[in-house]
Design a protein around this ligand. Structure first.
Ligand SMILES: [Cu+2]
Length: 264
């Protein structure tokens, strides 16, 4: 301990502040980056963020109360030079024991109820009649999206209409990948030979950055995607233009403009 104290005192405050500044600067990109769970753009991500915020607020209250009591005890009962008396000790207090057993129990029950409710909300599959169906396939190292009801397919970019639930069925052509668009919702694994499900909805138009969140090989770092949420009329126009291209294409397989052909 003494060695640590000597080390800190030799560093002095400017150095400590310098290290803090460098370390915390890493947080800047987190708050401003395209891929932040802190700027939700749809009901799934909003629900997830509210769970994070509620848990964080409870933890903050506990932290402040515990640290406050600790600081009070340290200052109030510290050894004083001119006071040789030992501080008084107590052997227990039933009311306090009950209090610090019941309060954490209530907090855990509250968080459990909130979490289970959110789980049900997030895993309830939207009605196929009122939602868009998309099959997502992870490949080393790109994402493929096909719209079974519309006969079109894209890679890299997932086009969706604003304000409509999108029902995703995920799988993988090779290894395990994980589909993650932070502003729209949490991660879901794409597993070879297996189907997983999630739904998303964008409540505003825009481009939302996404990436593979499961290390899947040398190209993992570049396995990005963009979810492009268009107003419904524009989405319909995009669908029509893709279907037209599909019809005129000899391979009968339309590809995202500017994208690579979908590998067979
Ligand atoms: Cu991957």
């Amino acid at each position: 301990m003494r060695a640590v104290g000597r080390f800190v005192s030799r560093l002095k405050w400017p150095a400590v502040l310098g290290i803090l500044a460098v370390t915390l600067s890493g947080c800047g990109s987190y708050f401003t980056s395209r891929a932040s769970v802190l700027s939700p753009a749809g009901p799934v991500a909003s629900r997830e963020l509210s769970l994070i915020e509620i848990s964080l607020a409870i933890m903050l209250v506990i932290f402040v109360v515990v640290m406050g009591l600790w600081a009070y005890a340290v200052i109030r009962y510290r050894a004083r030079r001119n006071d040789p008396r030992e501080p008084s000790t107590s052997t227990g207090d039933t009311r306090l024991e009950i209090l610090w057993t019941v309060v954490p129990l209530l907090i855990v029950i509250y968080l459990t109820v909130l979490t289970v409710q959110s789980e049900f909300y997030l895993t309830r599959r939207p009605n196929p009649a009122t939602s868009l169906q998309v099959s997502v396939t992870g490949h080393q190292f790109f994402w493929q999206f096909s719209y079974p009801g519309l006969g079109i397919s894209t890679i890299h970019n997932l086009y969706i209409p604003v304000g409509e639930k999108v029902n995703l069925t995920l799988t993988s052509a090779d290894v395990i990948h994980s589909f993650w668009v932070p502003e729209l919702g949490g991660k879901t694994d794409a597993i070879p030979g297996y189907h997983t499900y999630m739904w998303l909805e964008a409540s505003r138009a825009g481009s939302f950055f996404g990436e593979c969140a499961q290390f899947c090989g040398v190209g993992h770092y570049n396995m990005h995607m963009t979810v492009i949420a268009l107003p419904p009329a524009q989405f319909q126009a995009w669908v029509k233009s893709m279907q037209k291209k599909n019809a005129s294409s000899s391979s009968a397989r339309a590809v995202e403009p500017g994208g690579q052909p979908v590998p067979s």
